[in-house]
Design a protein around this ligand. Sequence first.
Ligand code: KG4
Ligand code: ZN
Length: 338
Amino acid sequence: MLVLGLESSCDETAAAVVEDGRRVLSDVVASQVDIHARYGGVVPELASRAHVVHIVPVMEEALARAGAKLGDLDGIAVTQGPGLVGALLVAVQAAKALAYARDLPLVGVHHLEGHLSAVYLEDEFPSSPHLALVVSGGHTSIIRVDRGGDLAELGATRDDAAGEAFDKVAKLLGLGYPGGIAIDKLASQGDPEAVPFPRAMTRRETGYEFSFSGLKTAVLNWVRENGVPEGQALADLCASFQATVVEVLVRKTRQAAAAEGLDQVQVCGGVAANSALRAELRRAGRDDGFSVYIPSPVRCTDNAAMIAAAGHARLVRGERATKELTATSSFPLPGSLP
Ligand code: KG4
Ligand code: ZN
């Protein structure tokens, strides 16, 4: 069964063709980084316009790379939300038009359900029940994925998402947008113990909640006092900031895995591409005896293959979107994965 996935929730226009929910035949992402970089963040109106320009070429390229024609498709899956509504609408309208013109079944997919499904495109993936650490630009949460796919959020961030913290700190340090990857690179040359930043929400009674806005302020205060560092000092600052985020994420994930009695952990979302987070979670897994599953870095950041994978499961169950399907900027995570 061939499913075309489409995604335009933020600043990537993406299309992918996935076979049987597992085999990626093509995975095309048109990034808008160049457009938004000079503003230090995503400008919603510019994002929508760029999606309009890119959606059809990206779809055509995904089909071409998969060696497939429109007539070969068995269904379409599109990110319905959450995200920027004007951005989401572009892929939603393209998907609806195609589904209508070709009489193809269509499903709307929650963006985080997509991230949670990315791991199933890898050779090795967790069975359920397992724990999922979801860390992206818009979300940070620990979710229990039960047998049958039932989802229970154990905790989330009270303020900034982990990726948002990376992006804001990068902007503060003049590292451009998006900041996660720039900080990751610099941090690999730095001393993570150079600047002792406070670890927020680490007391047991805070459960599995996170807070990253205080850390952002701590970096801001450091910069006000010391100026924006250069060279080795910049690398040290990046490494110290990154280590603080990673330590809190790993600590809470370990606590949750132990308390829930789960021996498999998956990590997904853009921040799951972070090299320190990947390494530290793998180390924690070895120490505590849980297996760690992390998609390859290109499947951690936004892509449409993960949307096709999630949509495939829904299509197989017979779900169909009606022609009323529309973009939903705030869209609660469904209670279960199909
Ligand atoms: O999942 P994603 O592509 O989009 C959302 O759903 O938000 O995540 C994007 C976030 C951005 O904040 C970006 O800075 C962060 O993921 N990110 C990283 C890395 N690569 C992307 N953060 C830390 N280290 C990275 N290597
Ligand atoms: Zn995402």
